[in-house]
Design a protein around this ligand. Structure first.
Ligand code: 4AD
Ligand code: MG
Length: 492
């Protein structure tokens, strides 16, 4: 591969030998050859052994510095956090922990780091502390692994859909419709909040706003995806979505990424098959392509769980992922699930925070997790929810009580996917919009799909960070997105 990204060091590298990433060297180590690496110092022991990370892999390269021939001025600047370029011969390592090491014949300090002030010391830091220094946490093993895996998941999702003939649709981030009803929205305006123009009735006059109407950040790209699917057959969106819910949980973000496929001529069963295949494909891809990072994260999780009582410990990461690929997801109707929950111990003993009294109750995360973790002990797809607890666009079933909705529930996560077959019948859809007070006048563009060449179609939304949580085995959604936005926090 040509070294496209060697940047300012390219010219230097040409007379410095074989400039390579640590990932490339470890993949194909040529013992006896000369290499040049560039990265950041993790530790420097005995004025001799320098662990260098360049972030291309979880592994560091041990650079052995010659104490006798290296300038004292250089030695004193090899500090945790410093950026260096090291050139030397690759040799088999005498020490434990690495197969090869770089016997350096030159070390150049590119960027100094004052180790006495550097917030990342070579020791274990808590995830809470690292959240406070989110700008530096990429430099830790844990976050390096998480963000490499996050990349792989994203790539695998695009590959999955591309290989199956889906087109990637960029749905808008600023929208003028609030019809989805998926959650509270963030308003987008250029009006002066202290002196907003008013109409004669004393209301804010959005006609004078930037777009000539009130606008907000999107909560979902689904409705736009439906428009495209009814022309391109198979599309998906993959973009940021925004919800101003005041949910301070380990599963909610105010800004998160969502993948929303939408397929024409598809029903709820096709939709479930697609979602299950996609999840298994992506997990398999990570097992095959992120083995080192997953092994590191698995060990991290195991250590973390040791302090908990056996019964409360999370399952081993790799086994959990493999289990998910090897087993069919359980497909259960909402009505069956309600029966199971009503007969469950925590419901009878009123241990649930929200005790289920009757059919029609909305499921909370405690109920979803009971079904997945205690009852079925595997991923579950719940279908056919009561129409009153789901969105207006979901297709009405023949019973007149339920809609063709599907939620996929994952162990340790709860809901990871929400979707449905869509109501393609104009008259039924209009009736549902009236019943649910969805403004039809503003949604003529949406209703046109049902007027001209409507057809059965279905889609779903996958919460990207929830999948990253599941695959990395992390516990808090704030730790799987580079810069989390939650109520009261948008610091970087
Ligand atoms: O279930 P939701 O609200 O569904 C929709 O938005 C539909 N329009 C999707 C569709 O049919 N095309 O959200 C979909 C998924 C959830 O299952 C969850 O995984 C994730 O998005 N999600 C969140 N993830 C992080 N933080 C939040 N606040 C989330 N809200 C939803
Ligand atoms: Mg949902």
């Amino acid at each position: 591969m040509r070294p496209y990204f060697k940047g300012i060091f390219l010219a230097k590298a040409q007379n410095k030998g074989n400039m390579m990433t640590i990932k490339e060297i470890i993949a194909k180590p040529n013992v006896g050859a000369e290499y040049t690496i560039q990265g950041w110092v993790r530790t420097f022991r005995g004025n001799q052994f320098c662990a260098v990370s360049d972030g291309t892999t979880i592994k560091t390269m041990q650079v052995v510095v010659d104490r006798d021939t290296t300038d004292e001025a250089v030695l004193s600047r090899i500090k945790t956090g410093a950026a260096i370029v090291a050139k030397g011969i690759l040799v088999e390592s005498q020490g434990a922990g690495q197969a090869v090491e770089l016997q350096a014949n030159s070390v150049e300090i590119v960027g100094d780091s004052d180790a006495s002030k550097y917030p990342l010391q070579p020791k274990k830091h808590s995830l809470e502390f690292l959240r406070e220094i989110a700008h530096l946490r990429f430099r830790t093993n844990t976050f390096g692994a998480i963000f490499r895996v996050r990349h792989a998941i994203s790539f695998a999702i695009h590959k999955f859909f591309n290989d199956r003939g889906f087109y990637y649709l960029h749905s808008p981030i600023i929208t003028g419709s609030d019809a989805e009803g998926a959650g509270e929205m963030f308003q987008v305006t250029t009006l002066n909040l202290e002196d907003a123009p008013k109409t004669e009735d004393g209301e804010v006059d959005y006609k004078q706003d930037f777009f000539g109407k009130a606008t907000n950040l999107t909560v979902s790209g689904q409705l736009e995806a439906e428009l495209a699917a009814l022309a391109l057959s198979k599309v998906y969106t993959f973009g940021p979505t925004f919800r101003a819910e005041n949910s301070n949980t380990s599963r909610h973000l105010a800004e998160f990424w969502m993948i929303e496929p939408e397929v024409a001529f598809a029903d709820i069963h096709d939709n479930m098959d697609l979602a299950e295949d996609m999840l298994k494909y992506v997990i398999q891809y990570c097992l095959e392509n992120c083995a080192d990072d997953l092994e590191f994260l698995a060990n991290r999780l195991e250590n973390e769980e040791k302090s908990k009582p056996q019964a409360q410990r999370a399952p081993a990461l790799i086994e959990k992922l493999q289990f998910c690929i090897d087993n069919d997801f359980e497909r259960v109707s909402y009505s069956e699930a309600i029966k199971i929950l009503m007969n469950s111990k925590p419901n009878k003993k009123k241990k649930f925070q929200f005790v289920i009294e009757e059919w029609g109750a909305d499921l909370q995360s405690e109920h979803e997790r009971y079904l997945v973790e205690k009852h079925f002990k595997k991923p579950v797809i719940l279908i056919d929810y009561p129409k009153d607890i789901k969105s207006f666009y979901m297709r009405m079933n023949d019973d007149g009580k339920t809609v063709a909705a599907m939620d996929i529930l994952f162990p340790g996560i709860g809901e990871i996917v929400g979707g449905s077959q869509r109501e393609e019948r104009l008259d039924v859809l209009e009736q549902r919009m009236d019943e649910m007070n969805v403004p039809k006048e503003e949604m003529q563009w949406f209703l046109d799909t049902r007027r001209y060449g409507t057809c059965p179609h279905a889609g779903y939304g996958l919460g990207f960070e929830r999948l990253v949580l599941f695959i990395t085995g992390m516990a808090n959604i704030r730790d799987v997105i580079p810069f989390p936005r939650t109520p009261g926090n948008a610091s970087i």
